[in-house]
Design a protein around this ligand. Structure first.
Ligand code: WT7
Length: 637
């Protein structure tokens, strides 16, 4: 039996039982056999759900880039580590070998050091999906700097908030980016953001779109000449197992984004282990995850997980619709992709197009398909299975979160029989629990409840940057001695889990996790707006879309409502980013509120979803008459 590579169902059950009976020895064996350490741990796990505090491989010393790069050089130096596919089909793909990756990471690390970045400093990375993004991430890890990657679709305000929250010293960006047939002025966004960021000393700028940008003297520096002069050897900084590796921001249901802190050893072990098993990775595979490195999926399953296994990982700069809807499949054929990992929203968007786009290409290299980010509906699952996998490829519906660092519940291909819409079984070491609203665990099968995890796992986020109290309140206060996920789930008669969606005020739009409160804050900045409430409603392509209820100030507002809608969406775009724009905006004279003043979002959700047959009890409302008005004026198309 191998702890590290599970190959059939019986083995899964054996390994799972062992991992639950004795988690310490289970993870210790894996850590020992599959990674490179400078010093062994003193203790595999110590934890306290009250504080809360979790330490894995305490006292161990390592550098994650040695595990992801250096140790492969002897056996796989010339193998492609990163296969870069540019936005434009006329530009050549780049095959970056492990040797070359080593050289590029070392050079970048030396540039960072030369510009004064030290162990523990925060470096913000705001780059499109180009090799420099992965190289920058790894260069930070090489020298022990903490990277904070901000998705390059975020607005200048959102970027500034994230830079300031963790007082980043350095920013790495590019002159611009390509997205389909558009060019985006990234440096312009950066300049606007930095008007409000005092901690940034230097901005390193990658040349990507060859456009004229303004470079601020003393602050902004073109990266390439620095790299040209940098040494290609850089000794890795020896890190403690629990030293922070990165910060990644995720939206909460209220307040500012949360800077989730992931540490080094546990994250590495779990990302590598789950990558190997969930994708059944083999030496000659070409693995492609279509996510952006700006999200956790990209951190764990484009960069760290694959590279720790010596894999070839594809990085795609573009979008699925450019130059046409066949692009994904053209890339699969061209690079003979074996594992393909994407989001339900992408699947639904592609399923809407003619099947010729898929049929045109030879997809016979594919072995395993994956999905992540939101519940996948049955129709999309079957489309994926039939048209992409030709009914021959196991589909892994992987449930996890920014906070969990790695995949938690997922089938293991060739072992776990898949059922559409079910994430199926917990991976080894993961102990899910379903809880009721009174805080009691719901045992048995064919039940549903709130999904918690009742034992620590190696890649769990350790804190929220600068706000441990919030970490405690958000994840460890709802249920004693457990991590609360924020999701609801159902456990069927054989023990399979199906994620039913968020139980808090987070809406997942096209796989992007959006808190409603920050969007409401943005809307409320509009001078004509008195109050607003945002809810999600089902959307064919995006999974969920955003519906806004807006109360205007009583100043005899006579402006054109369509213009107001545009202005409101522009504000959201500026404050958060275009992904948070509202699909529908209904102006109303009031919102349903409880006597204590709490907005009854349950009712708003029903109205927005055109599901008013069973609106539920409105008797506790302060203003029950408003429900009628809201239903009458609902925007249904
Ligand atoms: C939330 C986490 C994990 C990387 C991408 C999202 C939802 C995620 C699934 C799935 C149903 C899913 C959950 C979760 N989610 N995967 N396979 N089935 N729902 O990371 O932005 O932190 O969002 O995404 O609601 O809580 P994230």
């Amino acid at each position: 039996m191998s702890n590290y590579h599970i190959k059939h169902l019986e083995e899964y059950f054996q390994v799972y039982r062992k991992s639950v009976r004795n988690p310490e020895s289970y993870w210790e064996e894996i850590a020992e056999e599959h990674f490179l350490w400078h010093k062994r741990w003193d203790e595999v796990l110590s934890y306290d759900f009250e504080k809360p505090e979790f330490k894995w491989f305490k006292g161990a010393k390592l550098n994650i880039t040695e595990n992801c790069i250096d140790r492969h050089l002897r056996t796989r130096g010339d193998k492609t580590a990163i296969l870069f596919e540019p936005n434009d089909t006329t530009e050549k793909a780049q095959h970056i070998s492990y040797n070359e990756l080593h050289e590029r990471v070392c050079k970048m690390a030396n540039v960072l050091k030369d510009k004064g970045v030290e162990k523990g400093d925060r470096v913000c990375i705001y780059l499109p999906m180009i090799p420099e993004l992965a190289v920058s991430v790894l260069a930070c890890a090489r020298i022990g700097a903490i990277h904070s990657v901000v998705f390059a679709g975020f607005s200048s305000k959102a970027l500034a908030t994230r830079i300031n929250d963790s007082s980043c010293k350095m920013l790495i960006t590019s002159d611009g980016s390509f997205r389909g047939n558009k060019k985006i002025d990234l440096k312009g966004i950066v300049d606007a953001a930095l008007e409000n960021c005092e901690s940034i000393e230097n901005v390193l700028v990658v040349k990507r779109i060859e456009t004229n940008i303004s470079m601020q003297n003393g602050r902004d520096i073109w990266l390439q000449p620095l790299l040209d002069n940098a040494s290609s050897s850089c000794e890795p900084e020896i890190m403690d197992a629990e030293d922070p590796l990165f910060i990644l921001y995720t939206s909460g249901s209220t307040g500012t984004p949360k800077g989730m802190v992931h540490t080094t050893a546990g994250y590495m072990v779990y990302a590598a282990f789950t990558f190997k098993n969930v994708f059944q990775y083999r030496e000659d595979d070409v693995y492609w995850c279509t996510a952006d490195i700006g999200w956790i999926t990209g951190h764990s399953y484009i960069v760290y997980g694959p590279l720790a296994n010596g894999a070839t990982t594809v990085m795609f700069e573009g979008v699925p619709s450019y130059p046409d809807y066949g692009r994904f499949w053209e890339i699969v054929e061209k690079h003979k992709v074996t594992q393909f990992y994407t989001a339900p929203t992408a699947i639904r968007a592609l399923a809407k197009e003619k099947t010729e786009y898929v049929e045109k290409y030879d997809l016979s290299s594919l072995k395993i398909l994956g999905t992540v980010g939101e519940p996948i509906n049955e129709e999309a699952w079957h489309w994926y299975d039939e048209n992409v996998g030709k009914k021959k490829c196991p589909i892994v519906d992987t449930w996890w979160q920014t906070e969990t660092g790695g995949i938690m519940i997922s089938p293991i291909p060739y072992s776990t029989p898949a059922i559409p819409t079910f994430a199926t079984l917990p991976l080894p070491g993961i102990q899910p629990a379903l809880m009721d609203e009174e805080g009691k665990e719901i045992k048995g099968n064919q039940v549903d409840g709130r999904l918690c995890i009742k034992f620590p796992w190696p890649s769990m986020a350790r804190t929220i940057w600068n706000n441990h109290q919030r970490y405690k309140e958000t994840y460890f206060s709802a249920y004693k001695g457990m991590y609360f996920t924020g999701d609801g789930a159902l456990r069927d008669s054989v023990g399979y889990y199906r994620i039913t969606g968020r139980v808090d005020d987070v809406v997942i739009v096209s796989g992007h996790n959006l808190g409603t409160a920050p969007i409401e804050d943005a809307i409320n900045e509009h001078p004509a707006v008195a109050e607003s409430a945002i809810v999600g409603y089902p959307h064919e392509i995006k999974g969920s879309a955003l519906y806004g209820y807006v109360i205007l100030k009583e100043t005899g507002e006579t402006r054109n409502q369509d213009n107001l809608r545009k202005e409101i969406n522009q504000l959201i775009s500026d404050r958060i980013g275009p992904i948070a724009k509202l699909d529908k905006i209904q102006f109303t004279s009031g919102l349903p509120k409880t006597r204590s003043g709490k907005i009854m979002r349950r009712i708003l959700r029903k109205i927005a979803s055109n599901d008013t047959s069973n609106i539920g009890d409105t008797s506790t409302l302060l203003n029950p008459e408003i429900v009628e008005e809201l239903m009458e004026n609902v925007i249904s198309s």
